[in-house]
Design a protein around this ligand. Structure first.
Ligand SMILES: [Zn+2]
Ligand SMILES: [Zn+2]
Length: 434
């Protein structure tokens, strides 16, 4: 049995939500305030929540859970009716229907795949174990209309259209690998949030944040205080920022009594801090090289333990997980809540296997939300995503520099793990170009 805690935490205009579980080593880190559901047997909860908390989104009881409890070995499906998915995507509000009908017909054709029976582009959410997010953390579903009419959500406005990324500590074993990794993430965000500007703030060492840190009692890895980093980022937020997101390969904790947190965000302030530390393939290994036997500090301002701290190898899987996490979390800052309609990047995840199961991209319902906030053409965005996968990848022949030692260690972008997604995006693009 795992002994770590999972923490969900955010600040928003409607109040704070936090919860913890003592069961699972991995967990979603940014949640949304939802009405607390009555405590019901696991497996029943989502069914009742979906049916009762959002009658607009669920005009009929279309959600099918095949059994009240899930045996660990059985995969099950959350399947909505065609009518429900169509309403979640288009809505019944005449203004929003009109807005939808004004979209390019090819864009409508792609989005309509959400409710086309037998679509090979978008499928239902599958449940693999009782620890999956939807079962263990019931939330009210958010359809397009609810997203659109949410007075508290943030949208990029004129003069505030830039996503800033602040790297804290290195992301790779050398400075040049770290810089490359950052550029890959920046490029990916530029494609994903197509049309917005993404800028990198000058990377800083952990010491620059003056945050508290500790060694985790059970994993023995170093952790930095997420809330103090958020405070630091708020002060640094540039005038033209839509949001500032801190990223780090150092694990995070939100308060002394809690075990760890993947990240923390303040949606009203438009700041977030996210860690990729637990996405390294060796994090949960008993041979994990980031274990610290004893934390020795000469003073409270002594951050030297971070100087040569272990960092996981920049593999294609780590890059894929980092891209998914970053875009999922920035999606929350746009006001997108956890998706409960179709398999989607915005699904919550409670553990690494579930996070890996999430698609790289958004379902049509979440895609329409993001499109309405950012204003991109779907075709341009798909093309940009394919271009990012192809550009400077390990498949691209590179000229080896003759003299610069620093450049010699520069990695080509590892994109093997993105290949199946490139094929999928290309099929979406085919629909958009018919
Ligand atoms: Zn989330
Ligand atoms: Zn979705």
């Amino acid at each position: 049995m795992f002994s770590l805690a999972v923490i969900f935490y955010l600040h928003c205009p409607l109040g704070d939500t936090s919860s913890s579980s003592s069961k699972f080593p991995n967990g979603e880190h940014v949640g949304f305030p939802t009405q607390r559901s009555p405590v019901l047997p696991s497996g029943f909860r989502f069914l009742l929540t979906a049916a009762s908390s959002s009658p607009r989104a669920c005009p009929e009881l279309s959600l099918i859970l095949l059994a009240p409890a899930l045996p660990d070995t059985t995969m099950q499906t959350v399947r909505h009716s065609e009518h429900t998915l169509k309403t979640a995507l288009i809505s019944k509000n005449p203004e929003l229907v009109k807005q939808y009908e004004q979209l390019d017909p090819r864009e409508q054709r792609l989005l309509n795949e959400a409710f086309r029976p037998g679509s090979d582009l978008f499928g239902p959410i599958t449940l693999h174990s009782p620890s999956d997010w939807i079962i263990s953390h019931p939330e009210a579903p958010q359809d397009f209309e609810e997203f659109f009419s949410d007075l508290h959500r943030k949208s990029p406005s004129s003069g505030k259209q830039t996503i800033y990324i602040q790297c804290i500590g290195l992301l790779g074993n050398t400075r040049s690998i770290s810089e490359e990794y950052l550029k890959w993430l920046k490029g990916y965000c530029e494609a994903f949030f197509y049309g917005l500007t993404v800028k990198l703030l000058e990377p800083i060492p952990v010491s620059a944040t003056r945050c508290s840190f500790r060694v985790n009692d059970s994993t023995r890895n170093l952790q930095i205080h997420a809330g103090q980093i958020l405070t630091f980022l708020k002060k640094k937020k540039p005038e033209d920022a839509f949001c500032v997101v801190g990223i780090t390969m150092i694990d995070l904790y939100p308060r002394d009594s809690w075990n760890f947190v993947f990240g923390q965000a303040s949606l009203t302030e438009g700041v977030g801090i996210f860690s990729f530390a637990r996405y390294g393939t060796d994090f949960h290994s008993s041979h994990f090289k980031g274990k610290v036997k004893k934390l020795e500090r000469k003073s409270s301002s002594d951050y030297s333990v971070f100087d040569d701290y272990y960092l996981p190898e920049a593999t294609s899987v780590l890059l894929l997980r980092s891209c998914k996490t970053l875009t999922h979390e920035i999606g929350h800052i746009f006001g997108l809540r956890h998706c409960q309609w179709l398999a989607c990047l915005m699904q919550g995840s409670n553990h690494l296997e579930e996070a890996d199961r999430r698609p790289l991209d958004l379902c049509p319902i979440c895609l329409r939300k993001l499109q309405s906030a950012v204003g991109f053409r779907l075709r341009d965005r798909c093309k940009a995503l394919v271009k990012w996968i192809d550009a400077e990848s390990t498949d691209t022949p590179r000229v080896t520099p003759k003299h610069s030692r620093e450049e010699l260690v520069t990695l080509p972008k590892p994109v093997e793990a993105f290949k199946e997604w490139k094929e999928w995006i290309t099929r979406c693009l085919a629909v958009l170009q018919k």
